[in-house]
Design a protein around this ligand. Sequence first.
Ligand code: FEO
Length: 387
Amino acid sequence: MKPIKLKDNIYWVGAIDWNIRNFHGYLTQRGTTYNAFLIIDEKITLIDTVKYHLVDEMLERISEIIDPADIDYVISNHVEPDHSGSLPEILAIAKKAAILTTPNGEKGLKAHYKEDWNFQVTKTGEVLNIGKRNLTFVHTPMVHWPDNMVTYLPEEKILFSNDAFGQHIASSERFDDQLPLGIIMEEAQKYYANIVLPFGTQVKKALDALANLELDIIAPSHGIIWRSNLPAILSEYDKWCANITEDKAVIVYDTMWHSTEIIAEKIVSAFENKGYKTRSMGLKDNHISDIMTEVQTAKYICVGSPTLNNNLMPNVASFLTYLRGLAPKNRIGLAFGSYGWSGQSIGQVEQYLKECGFDTLENIRIQYIPDEEQLEKIMDELENKIV
Ligand code: FEO
């Protein structure tokens, strides 16, 4: 396991999680990495660690460069265990090391690991001299937990951005000019839609705080490191945190005997007739985290469920619960479905959409199997309502 050089005396020493496919409910179809970085200067500094089960991989990479016992500082940009999980092992070896983190970082790390380590709590804007270089800490609460901060190395123009700008990609390639940019961007957007989306305001504040930094490299804590396409990813983040939607409708549904699916097809046609982009996503075949990537830029979110035992279909409820947690703003919702005799599911879907804060169109409900006349009526009425 070799370290990978970012610049002279600055190395990636993280770990690759090739086979992970479920990251707290997020489908990580390309696996992921946990990125940790080692800076060799008068003081030896480790930035973040890796998920606990990959600690040996990180230690092997570090040991190619120095004895891990010689680490002076560990910068903990984020408490979440995918980045802090190896701290107990590292600090058991690097006995003299101090941990630099935010006040919430200290609180969170103490709560997670029940250890009274040598904490040095940082202030935002504080500078730590490590020899020829300086590290500046900028607190970025809620990108993605209250404890987050990023670390900037001005002499090398590197931003260690932790969760921001990350993507879940496992690969031996470490830089954005070594893999197709379309794949990296697709994963960066999925990451934003599923992890960062609720915190758009905080992301905007963080981007404003970082706006005047000179940057050669953005080194996030997951996936590929940005060194050749910084304007592209910064511009995408600007757009994503501004919550810009397109003329696009996502139609999400489950179906028992195809009737709700037939209604979904007519809804797709209505939006297409109005010139909208459409994404029709059945819940038997699409993962909720992939649907969220499409939702992130969609103006309309249409959700259909038949009624099963007086309720929603369970996977529709799962999607709606996930959507309500991520709660994209300024969307228009539409509930629809076929039913047999009671039809509670359509009202339940609509209630969820309202709890997401969406405006809603009048719902569409049809008993048993829709006929051509009903379907034409659905399409005509919906086309008149689409703005
Ligand atoms: Fe990759 Fe919020 O941790």
